[in-house]
Design a protein around this ligand. Structure first.
Ligand SMILES: Nc1nc2c(ncn2[C@@H]2O[C@H](COP(=O)(O)OP(=O)(O)OP(=O)(O)O)[C@@H](O)[C@H]2O)c(=O)[nH]1
Ligand SMILES: [Mg+2]
Length: 336
């Protein structure tokens, strides 16, 4: 499946010194027409240095504009809302916009520097004077670029991080696995898809939203042995969420909320009754999710079923039927 993560097609953003050096090297290697030995020396040198100034300003502007244009446009009409949410949570949309804007601003300054020096080169009275004017123009352009260093590093950080986000196919149904930390979300994703998320016996093992694929077989009837077709769907593993308001949630929990908000065709909520101290919190969290995502179908799975006695399971089923009859409740549905 082709990747639908728009950040994977962007080329790495260089640091300032590298960006300048690449542009300068390309200019210095370019042979300039109209500077052959038949042309009078002073005219030749003026032409050469003026063209170098022109070319460097063009190279730098192109490289800066390319970074801006390559970066996906930051609205949900252009990129999946999930990426917009994650960008905002992790880096701040405003900061990204301002940083990209400053690259365009710097490109304009480079263009002005070119204009300021071109006239001087054409009026230069000696070879040395022409060269010095060109060097001064290069120096000023370089300092404009070097000032962008921290911002270029920031945008490269955004690119590298976003590149690692899952590619999402909006045409496929997407089932988000959610729940309290350490309840077995990643174990489920690991069991039913080809994805291999990290599993750990401690809360917040999963830090990023990850994605696996599952083909659900469709049978003509309950007695059919062979499926008549399959539905391909995406299974999203999310970080654990604690029972607290959105404003109190940490970034890692908000990433899970972002996935539920922007990706979920259905939500599978995993409940872990072996975590006795967090039972109330898990129920509160379930209530919060079912209220906030009312339009999304919700399935509840009781995880770690193997650790429960038969009578505990019966009690649970009864408790569930009594209190949450609207939410489908099943015990772990996968092989350990
Ligand atoms: N006995 C038993 N242990 C399980 C089961 N599912 C998960 N575990 C264990 O529970 C611990 C947590 O599992 P994870 O799958 O990492 O849980 P998680 O919900 O993804 O955790 P976070 O990413 O930290 O939110 C691990 O030690 C798993 O081996 C299960 O069905 N039975
Ligand atoms: Mg996990």
């Amino acid at each position: 499946m082709p990747s639908t993560n728009p950040f994977r097609s962007i080329i790495p953003v260089p640091r300032a010194d590298k960006l300048f050096l690449m542009a300068q090297n390309s200019v210095m290697k370019t042979s300039i027409r109209g500077t052959s030995d038949s042309v009078p020396p002073m005219q030749r040198i003026r032409k050469k240095e003026a063209t170098r100034i022109e070319l460097l300003s063009k190279e730098l502007r192109n490289r800066l504009f390319r970074i801006v244009e390559d970066f996906p446009r930051l609205d949900a009409e252009n990129i999946t809302g999930f990426y917009v949410e994650i960008l905002d949570l992790s880096f701040g949309l405003d900061r990204i916009r301002k940083t990209l804007g400053s690259f365009s601003g710097a490109a304009d300054v480079v263009w002005k520097i070119k204009r300021e020096h071109l006239g001087d080169v054409w009026n230069a009275r000696s070879v040395l004077a022409a060269k010095n004017i060109r060097r001064a123009a290069f120096g000023r352009m370089k300092s404009v670029i070097i000032k962008l260093d921290a911002r270029l590093e920031f945008i490269e950080g955004v690119r590298a991080r976003m590149r690692g986000m899952p590619g999402i196919d909006l045409d496929q149904p997407t089932i988000c696995i959610a729940g309290y930390p350490n309840v077995g979300k990643s174990s489920l994703v690991n069991a039913v898809t080809s994805a291999t998320p990290e599993i750990g016996a401690y809360p917040f093992t999963t830090k990023e939203v990850t994605l696996g694929h599952l083909k659900i077989p469709i049978f003509a009837s309950s007695t059919s042995k062979r499926p008549i077709s399959h539905i391909s769907c995406q299974i999203v593993d999310t970080p654990g969420i604690l029972d607290r308001s959105l404003t109190e949630m940490k970034e890692i929990e908000l990433r899970a909320i972002a996935a539920l908000k922007t990706l979920a065709t259905a939500i599978v909520f995993i409940f872990d009754f072996t975590q006795e101290t967090s039972l109330i919190s898990q129920i509160n969290l379930l209530n919060q999710i079912s209220q906030n995502f009312q339009e999304v179908p919700l399935l509840l799975i009781c995880g770690k079923e193997d650790l429960l006695h038969e009578n505990q399971k019966n009690q649970l089923q009864a408790f569930w039927d009594q209190n949450f009859s609207s939410i489908t409740f099943v015990f772990t549905i996968y092989e350990q």
